[in-house]
Design a protein around this ligand. Sequence first.
Ligand code: BGC
Length: 270
Amino acid sequence: MTKPVLDLSGQVAVVTGASSGIGQAVAIGLGRAGAAVVVNYRGERDGAEETAEAVKAAGAKAVVVHADVSSEADVMELFRRTKEAFGSFQILVANAGLQRDAPAHEMSLDDWRKVIDVNLTGQFLCCRAAIREYLARDPQPELSRAAGKIICMSSVHERIMWAGHVNYAASKGGVMLMMQSLAQEYAARKIRINSIAPGAIKTPINRDAWETPEALAKLLKLIPYGRIGEPEDIANAAVWLASDHSDYVTGATLFVDGGMTLYPEFRDGG
Ligand code: BGC
């Protein structure tokens, strides 16, 4: 584990989809940096409890809150519970996301809608709730230079088109312009909004891509840096984007992908 050098103590972070994978690592990373964490989950209560235990073991506070981010009522309840527990919050990591893969000509409308509802509409609902809170309360310069921070979890597939995953790629392309538009809209109100675009990170969502040596070898051809990403790689980026060390950064997508977006097929010339 990288030793946290950035201090978020006194701040409160809401992390959606924090029961496994990237969300879990981000929640723990923010906790290690001193933030109290609201650990949101939808399906995996045990995973969420594990996340909360790890945050507490690092000496920070944590509460576990169930919510389906694609439900407006659930999202309102998530943020009501956050305020009930901690008064306010300064950091949102809109992370919850899923895949429902199929060739486009076989993709059901349900699978299209599910992915857009969770990955895009779910992020919008959480961003809207955070922006409302950041606008409503006074700035807290003793905690952070910004009135509030939002980190959207995007993907290399906001840039790389992805056959067989049209719903997912469309959702992440949507996250890109949603994030940029919100950043433009609220920069003057001192709200910083950025995205992280992970490449292939070793989590349950893409188990098929790394589980066998053959699959991993194929995947590594797409990653110039020569290793699969670890959830902690994303956590480190999130801690930085949540901290005042990135205070002049807004509307940016930080690619954390080992070079996956560098057209690796061209590395030996075209
Ligand atoms: C997807 C993973 C995939 C990675 C790189 C992510 O956004 O969720 O399944 O391995 O992009 O293609």
